[in-house]
Design a binder for this molecule. Sequence first.
Ligand code: ADP
Ligand code: MG
Length: 340
Amino acid sequence: MCYDGDMMKRLIKPLLCLLIILTLTACSATSENSVSFEAMDTLMSLKVCGDNIICETLENRAHELDERLSATNPESEIYQLNENGSAKLSGDALSLVKRSLELSKELENSFDPTVFPAVCEWGFISDEYRVPDEKTLAQLAEKIDYKQIAVDDNTVRLPKDVAIDLGAVAKGYLADECRTILADSDASCAILNLGGTILLYGKKPDNTPFKVGVADPENPAGYFGYLACGEGVVATSGGYERYFEEGGKRYIHILDPTTAKPVDNGTLSVTIFSDDGVLSDALSTALFVMGIDKAAYYQAHDDFDFILLTDDNNLYITEGIYDDFTLAEGCDFTLHKISR
Ligand code: ADP
Ligand code: MG
């Protein structure tokens, strides 16, 4: 199996820390502390107005969750679950599996952690990319169904050939956990870039909003615009984060659970702003799969806002953040305001 320890290659995304860059002048107080490290297969950078010990506590929590939640880290509980078909999970892994099940039901056909064997088959874990044949894809799609995950107390069971990946929500869970740690501390403000999922906490000393740059898919080190916002979690999913090209076609790491194939619906990137980290992270992936045609999902929910860019240079922004978004100079996207 591609998630076997020998075959597995950790995917480090050094660029990810650049995908969304924040105005880090936010915490200009004297007690500003920062740290950068690698966890969850990505680079994380934390900036906190508060005691240095808080940065350490947050970093430790990131490593701890990596060891529990990663599908590619042989030490993790999820890895063990996938290997053995059943496992007793810790509080963190169990609660994220349960939350993922709720989200899978809510986001039927767009978010499903059992896409993992298909993610592997396309080579996104081993880095040995390949386009599977249609028969294999049909078999894989058949096996993608979160309803097969059985939870009994703290034991989770998976049928044969089913494996899960919490990669689409783990960083959001970490963001929520970091918020709890910060709330128990004397930190007044923090900007935590957890590899593209960003927790904005507290108030900047000068009381101005946080400013988050949204990565330009054509040039992920640059930004197509900026969002001014208060506390919350900003999560972005982009096809540019991990992909390969074959026969002139681009295949990205976000899969449509109904087909087991990379999404190919004209979406280039989705950014979600919400108070809830797990929701932000899940929705950035799910709305990417839904595409703008199914964005009516937004009208039925009032707990998030989004920025969605399509490959025909149309930028859709929901009304809750529309006036807080500024298009970068020279960027000629056509803006559309999505109302509830
Ligand atoms: P990233 O982790 O690169 O920031 P996402 O949050 O969008 O991006 O999560 C994508 C990861 O989640 C993929 O690498 C894959 O492991 C997994 N995944 C891909 N498609 C789906 C899906 N439709 N539902 C749930 N998980 C998915
Ligand atoms: Mg996500």
